[in-house]
Design a protein around this ligand. Structure first.
Ligand code: SAH
Length: 362
């Protein structure tokens, strides 16, 4: 058994059945998977971990996803949008502290006023940092024109999680209407690629009704789409969402956490040169969750630089960490924490996806 497993770890290309064995690994095998993923990361990408300071721009959302705490129908939360000067301050904080890149993430809005505000912010950020701060957007599904305008204004990476690549599961997690359409989301990912963005996607792990086979499909989906970046993490229940009703169906949070780490490690074996984020949802279950992901294949971390007064209102799920810390506090401990994982922070560098660069040379 051990022998078969070690031969899978050494494969150059993987079948669905191989990926399933990796995702089912436990004990010594799981440990060997994590070590192999770390070895690949260190040899292909190196020991640098890159920062993406995340600004949670707004929790106003026109969508109604059944799992998400900031869904439109949740009347219990206070809606906010960070003001322009506050966004600029946060971006300059990231720039001065040599974070290299920021992510602007938001609930989904498509109004002309919203599109224009983001465009103006992107232009200001580019001007104030001499184009030296990398900018990723995570603002959901938009028109081609919008994606193009934002690209022209200075965004160069885009994160849009498919959430689940299985249509049936996707349908179970979203209202059945034009605004929550699987094909539309997929088309957006293809548009982003066409426009020249570095494209990231990802899924939630441990969803009610989700099987290991579904997760294998997710990994193959990412490979097939030839993504440059991935952000994925455990599904975490939120009391004020419809999916909370299905909580009896869930594995324990610890099991979802373990499975998420195995997804990170397996993806690193499957796509050796992409950027993989150690996501905040991991940290919500285990205070050292992100560090653990950095030890088994992840190479990106997203420190929260949202102005403190808004933090508690961007509650996608329960137990979201870091909601009461100011950005500086997070930074001082992060550097030490990352060193302890055997990695170094790539200060002041964009840390673009190696995969994207390799593709461009073809
Ligand atoms: N509106 C943007 C950003 C969404 S929030 C978009 O559509 O892309 C960022 C991510 O948080 C989502 O893509 C989703 O995967 C994750 N998320 C939302 N609710 C969650 C939950 N309950 N548990 C874990 N992750 C969740």
């Amino acid at each position: 058994m051990q022998k078969i497993f070690s031969s899978i770890l050494a494969l150059e290309s993987f079948e669905a059945s191989d990926l399933k064995v990796l995702l089912n690994s436990e004990g010594e095998q799981k440990k060997a998977l994590f070590e192999k993923a770390n070895e690949i990361k260190q040899s292909i990408i190196g020991n640098k971990v890159f920062f993406r300071g995340i600004i949670e721009y707004s929790n106003v959302c026109q969508k109604d996803c059944f799992y998400c705490g900031i869904r439109k129908s949740n009347k219990k939360i206070k809606r906010y949008t960070v003001s322009d000067p506050e966004v600029i301050d946060a971006a300059l904080f990231a720039f001065k502290n040599r974070y290299g890149s920021i992510v602007l993430q938001s609930g989904e809005m498509t109004s002309p006023a919203f599109v224009e505000r983001i465009e103006n912010l992107l232009r200001q950020i580019r001007l104030l940092t001499n184009g030296q701060l990398g900018v990723t957007l995570s603002m959901g599904e938009q028109s081609e024109e919008t994606y193009q305008r934002w690209k022209n204004a200075g965004a160069h990476r885009y994160l849009l999680r498919i959430e689940s690549s299985n249509r049936q599961l996707y349908a179970q997690m979203h209202p059945n209407d034009a605004m929550h359409n699987f094909d539309r989301r997929l088309d957006c990912l293809k548009l982003l690629k066409k426009l020249g963005y570095q494209v990231g996607t990802g899924v939630m792990i441990g969803l009610p009704g989700q099987t290991i086979d579904n997760l294998v499909e997710d990994l193959l989906f990412m490979k097939e789409l030839d993504i440059d970046m991935c952000g994925m993490g455990p599904y975490l229940e939120h009391e004020d969402t419809p999916m909370y009703e299905k909580r009896e169906m869930l594995d324990s949070q610890k099991q979802r956490f373990d499975l998420a780490l195995k997804m990170v490690a397996t993806l690193r074996l499957l796509m050796k040169d992409i950027n993989i984020a150690a996501t905040t949802a991991l940290q919500a279950i285990d205070p050292l969750g992100r560090e653990k992901a950095l030890k088994c294949g992840a190479n990106i971390i997203m420190p929260n630089i949202t102005p403190a007064k808004y933090r508690t209102d961007y509650k996608l799920y329960e137990n979201k960490p870091c909601t009461d810390e100011a950005a500086d506090d997070c930074l001082s401990c992060l550097d030490v924490r990352i060193s302890l994982t055997g990695n170094k922070v790539g200060y002041g560098q964009w840390g673009d996806s190696q995969h994207f660069k390799n593709k461009k040379h073809l």
